[in-house]
Write a protein that binds this ligand. Structure first.
Ligand code: SF4
Length: 233
C-alpha cells in the first residue's frame, strides 16, 4: 500500500490524530494516545478486561458475532465485543478499519472528494443474471417494505444509503427515516446512548453506494415468495 493512499485522508486523520481524541466509524471506537491508537467496540470503551488482538487478526474479529454466528454482512450492527487492537499509526488504523468494514474507507474517500458514483436499486437488479434475474420483477411496494426492514440501522445495517430506488430518483424506501440517507448522522444508536448533536463530528459514516448482494438475494426471495433471513439479532 503506498503511503499516500494508505493514510486516511485529511478529513479522517484530523478527527482521530489528536491525542486523547476519539472517533467512531460504525461500531468501532478509535482512541488516540501518546503511543498510537486503540480500536475496540464502541460499547466496550472503559472496560478493563478486553483481550488484545494483533492488526492481522482484525479480519477474524469481524467474522463472527458474540454468539459465534458468521456475519455475512460486515456492516450489520452485530460486531462482536470483548477485544481491542493497538495500532501504531494511521496506516495501521486504516488496515484495521478496512478489515472490519471492507472497502468503506475507499468509498468515504471517493465521497469526500466528489468522485463517488451511485447505482439505483432498479439498475442493480436489472443487470442481474442467472438465478438472480428474477429479482428485477420486485414491485415498488415490495421494495418499500423489504428495504425498510432489511437496511434499517437498528438491527439491519449501519450504512447510510446514497442510492435511489430508480432513475426517477425515488427514495429507497419510505419506511426508513430521513436520517438513514444523511451521511452526517451517526447510524449506531442505543437506548442508553441516544443520538447527540455532536454525533456527526465524532463519527465517520459507512456509506452504501449501491445495493449489496444480500439485498439483491432478498429481492429475489421476495419475488419468489420466500422470506429473507434476518442479518442481525
Ligand atoms: S443495501 Fe446497503 S444499506 Fe442495505 S443492507 Fe446492503 S449494504 Fe446495508
Amino acid at each position: 500500500m503506498k503511503e499516500s493512499r494508505g493514510l486516511l485522508d485529511s478529513l479522517v486523520a484530523e478527527k482521530i490524530s489528536r491525542i486523547g481524541q476519539f472517533s467512531r466509524i460504525g461500531q468501532l471506537e478509535i482512541v488516540s494516545s501518546e503511543e498510537g491508537f486503540v480500536l475496540c467496540h464502541r460499547d466496550d470503551v472503559g472496560r478493563t478486561d478486553l483481550i488484545n488482538y494483533e492488526i492481522d487478526e482484525a479480519l477474524e474479529v469481524a467474522k463472527f458475532d458474540d454468539t459465534g454466528r458468521y456475519r455475512p454482512l460486515k456492516t450489520a450492527p452485530n460486531l462482536r465485543h470483548g477485544w481491542k487492537i493497538f495500532a501504531r499509526d494511521l496506516l495501521q488504523v486504516e488496515k484495521v478499519i478496512d478489515a472490519i468494514y471492507p472497502g468503506r474507507i475507499a468509498v468515504l474517500r471517493a465521497f469526500t472528494s466528489g468522485r463517488l458514483t451511485t447505482t439505483s436499486l432498479r439498475e442493480t437488479l436489472n443487470r442481474q443474471s442467472g438465478m438472480y434475474r428474477v429479482a428485477a420483477k420486485i414491485s415498488d411496494e415490495q421494495i418499500d417494505g423489504l428495504v425498510g426492514n432489511f437496511c434499517r440501522s437498528d438491527g439491519g445495517c449501519l450504512r447510510t444509503i446514497l442510492w435511489k430506488r430508480d432513475a426517477s430518483g425515488k427514495t429507497a424506501s419510505s419506511k426508513l427515516p430521513p436520517e438513514k440517507f444523511d451521511p452526517a448522522v451517526d447510524q449506531y444508536f442505543r437506548e442508553e446512548e441516544p443520538r447527540s448533536a455532536t454525533a456527526a463530528t465524532e463519527s465517520l459514516p459507512l456509506l452504501c453506494q449501491e445495493a449489496c448482494n444480500l439485498l439483491v438475494a432478498a429481492c429475489r426471495d421476495a419475488v419468489k415468495g420466500e422470506s429473507a433471513a434476518p442479518l442481525a439479532p
